[in-house]
Design a protein around this ligand. Structure first.
Ligand SMILES: [Ca+2]
Ligand SMILES: [Ca+2]
Ligand SMILES: [Ca+2]
Length: 241
């Protein structure tokens, strides 16, 4: 017989946070909100789950969007700010559209090959309650000569990460040993899975995603912006009030 305090199995709902639906709202380049469908409609007692996404730190040499978006005039730039926007196509060789993180250096000469807070952002993901078995894939952790080197870490909750290709990627996703390439090589954002890491959290309410540029070289002809993508989130939560 189950103990009286156990949560009823009917309370646990497994759902997909599908970025490419109207349930996601990009409020601005620094914030967005996702609310899942109500599992049993507004008349039923089960409740939806809400996820807020917020930029909570921008390094002194880091800005959101491309360099051209921020007033530079380099050739072949998208002149755009895709931060927290959703891609129109699928990412990282997956079947999922991607939530974009998109940033660039303010001053090329202040770029460094070591990871510094100046060349980093932090994005914080916060659920409306503690959730279980959160899983998603970070894609396009790559790099390009005289442009950018992506480095990505997680803090705030216990996680495990699986590299899609350990000959291309290294690191364990900690702040001291982030996921990053072993070589400088750009990957196709849509089709390549070499720069993918699948992350799973047994239990989490909030976590931080740290995103550095650790490229020190630049070119007057190259917009030094960088991007990574997050696939749809799979998650289980307690929908009972
Ligand atoms: Ca309901
Ligand atoms: Ca890429
Ligand atoms: Ca990238």
């Amino acid at each position: 017989m189950a103990p009286a305090y156990a949560t009823s199995p009917r309370c646990f709902v497994t759902t997909t946070i599908d970025w490419g639906t109207p349930q996601y709202t990009r409020t601005s380049a620094t914030g967005g909100t996702y609310t899942t469908a109500d599992p049993d409609g507004s008349s039923g007692s089960l409740q939806p789950l809400t996820l807020t996404v917020q930029n909570t730190f921008l390094g002194s040499n880091t800005q959101l969007g491309s360099q051209n978006f921020n007033g530079r005039s380099k050739p072949n730039s998208c002149n755009c700010n895709r931060n927290l926007d959703v891609t129109t196509g699928t990412v990282g060789g997956t079947t999922s559209r991607g939530l974009s993180l998109h940033q660039s250096p303010k001053v090329d000469s202040s770029k460094t090959s070591t990871r510094t807070n100046a060349n980093k952002s932090i994005t914080t993901f916060t659920f409306s309650e503690s959730v279980q078995n959160l899983s998603f894939t970070i894609t396009d952790i790559d790099s390009a000569t005289r442009d950018f080197v992506d480095a990505v870490a997680i803090s705030g909750a216990s996680y495990s990460g699986v590299l899609a290709d350990s000959t291309y990627l290294q690191g364990d996703g900690s702040v001291g040993n982030p996921w990053r390439g072993k070589v400088v090589q750009a990957l196709d954002d849509a089709t390549s899975n070499w720069g993918n890491v699948t992350v799973t959290f047994p239990e989490v309410t909030s976590f931080q995603l740290h995103y550095w540029n650790q490229q020190d070289s630049s070119s007057p002809d190259i917009d030094g912006d960088q991007g990574i993508y997050l696939t749809n989130f799979r998650v289980t939560y307690n929908a009972c009030p």
